[in-house]
Structure formats: C-alpha cells, structure tokens
Design a protein around this ligand. Structure first.
Ligand SMILES: Cc1cc2nc3c(=O)[nH]c(=O)nc-3n(C[C@H](O)[C@H](O)[C@H](O)COP(=O)(O)O)c2cc1C
Length: 408
C-alpha cells in the first residue's frame, strides 16, 4: 500500500510517544520508508535505539549534526512525501504556529512543502487552554491538518479530551492523504474581494468599509485545497495564485466576465457599489461658495445577477451584507439574483463582518437556509462555505454525468 512512499514522523515530548513505536511498525508492514525526527524532550519517553531499529533508519535529533553538505532540515524536508507529528505537544504546537525553529523538528516543519498532519495529545486542561486553541486555529489557517485528540482516560489520571487519537485513524488518514489528490484540484474558482472604489475626481472617491478579508480567506482556503484560484480584488495582496487587481465596479465586472466562461465556481464576496459617479471630474473639484453641492450617481451593473442569469455549469455564490432583517432580506435577495448560494452576514455587529477577522454567516440556497455557521475566524468560515459548495459542485457533476447518459 505504501511502497515508494517516505513518511517522516516527528515525535515530541508527550507521554503518548511510546505509541508511535507501533505506528512505525504499521507503516513498515505496508513497505513505507519511515524516517523519524525527535525533539530532545521526546527522548525522555522513547529511546533512539528503539526508533532506529523499528524504522530501520537513523533518527534525527540534532540539527547541527550535518553528515554532508546539506543541512538536515533541508534533506528531511526534500525526501519525505508526508510529515506526521505525533504526539504533538502544546509546546511544539505553539512553536509551529508562530514560526519558531529552535530544533530539528520545528526547522523541518518550516521547510516542508508537502502535507503535514498534526496529531496533538495532552492533558484535557491544556487542550482547552485559550492559547493552545488559538495556535490550533492558526495551524489550520496555515493549511496543517489537525487530527483531533479523543476523549477518554488520560495518562495523568484524569478523564477528558486530549488523548492521542487511535493509531488506526492516524494510519488511515496518512494513506488517504498520500493516495488522494486535493479536494478541489481541477476546479477553477473565481473569487472577488474588497469594496469597490468609485472616483469623484482625481483625489476623492466613494467606497465602503469592506476589508476584503472574507474573500481573501476563501481564496486562500480554495488554493490550499488544490483549486485553480483567481482572486479579483480591490485590496492589494501577494499570494501564489492569480490576482487581478481592480478598482471600480465596472473594472470588476470586466474582470469577472473575462474569467467566467472557464470557471467552475464564482464567489462574489466583494462589496460592489450600487452606484457610481455619473461624471467623474478630470480635475480636482474646487471648493465653491455654495453650502451644498450635488453629485449625480448612476446605477452600477448588478454583476451577481448578470452572471447568475448566464451560468451553465458554474456554481454562483453571492454575499449579502445586511444591517437589519438579515434572513428575510437574504431570502428575497437570492430569489431576485438567481445565484446558487447566498452567504448572509449581519454588518450591524462590530464583532463580526466588515474589517473583523471573524464572521458568523447563514448559507442559503434557492430553497431556503442550508446551514448556519457560528462565529469563527474567517478562514474556518471559508472552509465551511467551500465544504457546502463543493458538495453541490459534486452533485452538479453527478447530474451532468447522468444527463449525458440520458437519465436527467
Ligand atoms: C511525564 C510527562 C508527560 C508529559 N506529557 C505531555 C503531553 O502529553 N502533552 C504535552 O503537550 N506535554 C506533555 N508534557 C510536557 C512536555 O514534555 C513539555 O512541554 C516539553 O517542553 C515539550 O517539549 P517538545 O515540544 O520540544 O517535545 C509532559 C511532561 C512530562 C514530564
């Protein structure tokens, strides 16, 4: 099952370290090449000799013990197909979440470009600790997969959530990740982000408070899951996927239309101005003696409605920011726009929505509410939204297959 694969196991200083001896044997039975790195503290729980014999490889501990020209942390990172850290202590979780590289294991993690699975194990109070929780959320945001600990009787004598999850579960997940392509690979997902900017004159404009954070979180998350991402953004960002920088609603319309035909999914998370200035002044407008002036506005195109009306295979998702009657307005809006999903959020709250790192949304489809997502960081919200859309995308694909075989 695993021949030709190299699994790099990182062991940290937790009591569950002894269990990893058996896990190494499970991988070896399936012909994997197993390499092991220990933190110095892990050696209080398992011996180098045991791990060396079970893995049939040298065990890495000292970052500065360099056998040839290549530093160990680079060699380990280059050679393995996947990295598993089990058990992962609260201490090492904190270090990885903050980019600290103070031993061989944490340096390898920093240099590792392939999937990393993290299986935490610790006392239940440590697992509940606010800093640990925040570090775990950070790791998820950065694309590490967390294999959650289980509830049960803990080595420290208490009962609760914190026990290393079963070796079978870790083993199965490693095999799945090694043998699977990423969930969204092959899908082109176009996402818009930020508030549009409508010029009044060369120095003044009309805009809104959208920070673009939700759209960027969606783009990061889709990219992480293997999608071919195009982010059309009014906000400046640097990423490894395609970014089209736009300013006004008209720019955004042009950019969306250009990408639409070849897209599998378009998510309109941007806050597009409903109106723009009719006559943009070429020169800076001068202050006059008048107490009042008027600027005439004209309606901007409704990009969401436009693309919803011409979609064929695309899944179209809109966002709806409301300051009152959130759900009634959202239900009305999705019918009017004709999109597949509408993500409704309440902008009257200061702890979520515009500019905040957090959000709390309700996902609707044409039939009504699909899912309510509790307040969480925008990356986790993005992950859940994609989970819902991806399910639908798969259904669309199944339907398409049935249709082409004459069963629709
Ligand atoms: C007997 C014993 C058991 C421990 N078990 C755990 C554990 O299961 N999880 C954990 O996060 N820390 C545990 N610790 C604390 C860690 O060993 C400690 O935080 C250490 O600094 C971790 O270092 P490392 O992350 O570099 O391996 C334990 C300590 C002792 C003495």
């Amino acid at each position: 099952m695993l021949s030709g694969k190299t699994i790099l196991i990182g062991i940290t200083g937790g009591i569950a370290a002894y269990k990893i001896c058996e896990l190494i044997r499970m991988y070896k039975r399936q012909n994997a090449n197993v390499r092991v790195i220990c933190t110095p503290n892990a050696l209080n729980f398992v011996t180098k000799l045991t791990l060396q014999n079970l893995s049939q490889n040298e065990v890495g501990i000292d970052e500065f013990n360099i056998p040839d020209y290549k530093p160990e942390h680079i060699s380990y990172a280059d050679e393995a197909d996947i990295m598993l850290i089990a058990p992962t202590t609260a201490n090492t979780i904190g270090k990885i979440a903050n980019g600290i590289c103070d031993n061989l294991l944490t340096s390898v993690v920093c240099a590792f470009k392939k999937p990393i699975l993290i299986a935490p194990a610790m006392n239940c109070n440590m697992w509940q600790n606010a800093a640990v929780k925040e570090n775990i959320a950070k790791l998820q945001k950065y694309g590490y997969e967390i294999i959650d600990p289980e509830a049960g009787f803990l080595a420290c004598g208490t009962e609760g959530v914190g026990r290393l999850c079963s070796l079978d579960k870790i083993f199965d997940r490693t095999v799945e990740v090694l043998n699977s392509k990423k969930k969204l690979s092959g899908k082109k997902i176009v996402i818009t982000a930020g508030g549009t900017i409508e010029d009044i004159d060369p120095v003044r404009y009309i805009s809104n408070y959208s920070s673009g954070k939700m759209g960027i979180a969606l783009a990061d998350c889709a990219f992480e899951q293997g999608a071919d991402v195009v982010l059309i953004s009014t906000v400046h960002v640097k990423r490894n996927y395609k970014i089209v920088k736009v300013k006004s609603a008209l720019d955004m319309q042009k950019a969306v239309n250009k990408e639409f035909e070849t897209a599998d999914c378009v998510i309109m998370a941007a806050a597009v101005a409903d109106y723009r200035v009719k006559n943009i002044s070429e020169q800076k407008m001068k202050k006059t003696s008048d107490d009042e002036i008027s600027i005439q506005l004209v309606k901007n195109p409704d990009i969401l409605k436009e693309i919803s009306s011409k979609k064929t295979i695309q899944t179209v998702v809109g966002f709806c920011a409301e300051s009152e009657n959130l759900l009634e307005n959202a239900k009305e809006k999705i019918l009017k726009k004709g999109c597949d999903y509408l993500i409704a959020n309440d902008i009257s709250r200061s702890d979520i929505g515009f500019s905040s790192d957090y959000n709390e949304v309700t996902i609707l489809n044409q039939k009504g509410i699909v899912k309510k997502l509790e307040r969480s960081d925008k990356y986790s919200i993005a992950k859940e939204i994609l989970e819902v859309i991806y399910g639908q995308e798969r259904n669309n694909e199944d339907n398409r297959e049935l249709c082409t075989s004459g069963i629709c």
